[in-house]
Design a protein around this ligand. Structure first.
Ligand SMILES: C[S@@+](CC[C@H](N)C(=O)[O-])C[C@H]1O[C@@H](n2cnc3c(N)ncnc32)[C@H](O)[C@@H]1O
Length: 209
């Protein structure tokens, strides 16, 4: 029997830009850890619905989620993407350009915590955040996102289940503890309105009040 996610994904035609991106990531020997297809579609919808103009992505990999995010932007909107590795950002930029979205994205290379501190010091604000880098950093990334948020900004975080480790009581490594803390803050913090979606590897969605 097909899993629900496989059934849903099978209803959609292949997307040429996203297929090219996944093939480019595989050809470069990079990990197959782009956001799930269904959540990529959701990112485009959330950006479009929220009419976001200034997106901050934390974790670019090969540009799959960048394409999904940028597709939802109105004319004049932009995406700043934080990525640790120069060669990953270079490939992401190539894929964004191939999708006709290269003019909308700027990559900041280095540890996202340092880039976030610089964005904060420069007084930058954003109205949409996609958190999808190292899992140990999630609590810090969430706090920065709240600080850098315009009122009503949307914050999305991927992989909230860590492929089963989050809900396994036997697991207590640094990534697991960080993601549990992130999920608890998303659910309980008075500054946020939120929901946690259980499909694929789980997705957190919050609005900054
Ligand atoms: C799960 S992948 C991102 C997938 C991408 N958002 C997508 O769906 O297409 C995580 C990315 O975060 C990057 N990364 C890991 N630690 C980081 C850090 N401290 N600062 C910035 N980027 C980091 C990795 O190099 C990798 O490209």
């Amino acid at each position: 029997m097909l899993r629900n996610e496989q059934y849903v994904d099978s209803l959609y035609e292949a997307d040429a830009d996203l297929k090219r991106t996944k093939e480019g990531i595989a050809a470069a020997g990079m990990p197959d850890i782009s956001v799930a297809d269904g959540y990529g579609r959701l990112l485009t919808m959330l950006v479009s619905l929220s009419k976001a103009q200034k997106i901050l992505e934390i974790g670019a990999l090969g540009g799959y989620s960048g394409i999904c995010l940028a597709r939802g932007l109105q004319a004049g909107g932009s995406l700043v993407s934080l990525e640790l590795l120069q060669n990953y950002a270079d490939l992401a930029k190539t894929h964004m350009e191939a999708a006709g979205l290269g003019g909308k994205v700027e990559y900041l290379i280095g540890d996202a915590k340092e880039s976030l501190a610089e964005l904060k010091a420069a007084g930058k604000k954003f109205d949409f955040f996609f958190i999808d880098a190292d899992k140990e950093g999630y609590p810090v990334y969430l706090e920065y996102a709240i600080e850098l948020a315009e009122p009503g900004a949307v914050i999305v975080g991927d992989n909230i289940f860590l492929r089963g480790r989050t809900t396994d009581p036997a697991k207590a490594g640094p990534s697991v503890q960080a993601v549990r803390s992130f999920n608890e803050t998303i659910a309980a913090d008075n500054r946020l309105m939120s929901t946690l979606l259980p499909g694929y590897d789980g997705l957190a969605i919050a609005i900054v009040k």
